[in-house]
Ligand binder design. Sequence first.
Ligand code: NAI
Ligand code: MG
Length: 479
Amino acid sequence: MTFEYAPAPESRASVSIKPKYGHYIGGKFVAGEKHFPTINPATEEVLSSIALGSKKDIDAAVKAAKKALDIHWSKLSGRERGKYLFRIARILQERAREFAVLESLDNGKPIRESRDVDVPLAAAHFFYHAGWADKLEFAGVGTKAKPHGVVGQIIPWNFPLLMLAWKVAPALATGNTVVLKPAETTPLTALLFAEVCEQAGLPAGVVNIVTGDGSTGALIVNHPGINKIAFTGSTEVGKIIAESVAGTSKSVTLELGGKAANIVFEDAAIDESVEGIVNGIFFNQGHVCCAGSRLIIQESISNEFIKKLQKRMEKIRVGDPLDKNTDLGAINSRSQLEKIKELSLAGDAEGAERWSPQCSMPDKGFWFAPTIFTGVTQSHRIAREEIFGPVLSVLTFRTPQEGIDKANNTPFGLSAGVWSDKGSKTLWAAQKLKAGVIWTNTFNKFDPTSPFGGYKESGWGREGGRHGLTAYLKGVTHE
Ligand code: NAI
Ligand code: MG
């Protein structure tokens, strides 16, 4: 027996969006010159008009950040800095519903995820780093570690508030001040965060938020007053940033793309693994750098597994991101949808077999059905390139070593999943996999205490945990 779900829409009443926004610089909202729209990707409704940051705006933001560093922030004890971080964490919790609704409107992700994952984890990052602020001398970084100074931070659109938290919390805990640019399609929660900074009484200029596109990001990267760059986004832009900072004294961390393997061995618990594979690729529409976008499955269980996976995928509810029953929301932008379509067509053309469940999708907005490709080989584009959408490529293996070899056959190395009932096998596999984060019998588990980051083209450095803290300090002497 199957039950029909009645719609269960979350109310928009907790959110008020201004028709136009400026930048948040030196503790004040200042008007921008040129503007561009940010839309709700589920309806194509224009939500607000966003300022395009210019050289003048970045100059002003860097100046404000330097002034705040010199006159205020660098003079505070760690304990005092920590108090601000605790306050921010508490305010994020108090305003959680508002943030979750705004994130789902601007980004297209299901409210179930923004409410249960993005916002609670963002608060957790501030709580965790608040605890470090007065204990840096116990972090194993030596006694001479100092903040870099003014940090430029550029974040993507897939987890807008959460990526802001990953960047801002460690920077402030270690005594840096910040110029942050949110992504052009999802600036609204960063602008609401500016209000949180005011509410927390954070000294003016400690956090500056400048909106804009890649050209604004490049101005931050190349500004001589910036001491460190922290970037999350595409490998392509990561390479441009690495080139730009080479030969300067700027420090840099890059969190880039991935093509994670989820390896399922024949002794794995099948139903649990199916659930983990679904979570691994369809969470956040697959717009996840560590998404388990390659299922690498032992041939002996492959047919049975795919049947179960398809049955489970038929239950995925695609639609209104604000509906509490929705599993898969809207694709973040038209250009991302085009990229997903293009790579999927390449999958068809190269001979893989495409399957999606029947699902009705809204007429307006950007949508893509949950999709799997079977019969994928290692040379296919859909096995090599980051699709960044709800598309899973399935490859098979016979011996465990072949599974590992296929998993490692990628220019990326961000994350991996191992599914097996045998502890010794999961440990063996984890040792052989070249990925920064490896989950066993689970996937997409995030915690502020755990470092996150990649090898090879997935980036430089780690975020979170003690490793992440060190990226915001100079003169670290690992004791
Ligand atoms: P992107 O890398 O262009 O955008 C990320 C951020 O970088 C945005 O804030 C953007 O304004 C900024 N940016 C763009 N060009 C810049 C430059 N030259 N200098 C400084 N900042 C710059 O990513 P995009 O175009 O939105 O997505 C393209 C592909 O990148 C996706 O299809 C996906 O495969 C991948 N991607 C990966 C992410 C991850 O978390 N690993 C996040 C976003 C995208
Ligand atoms: Mg938007």
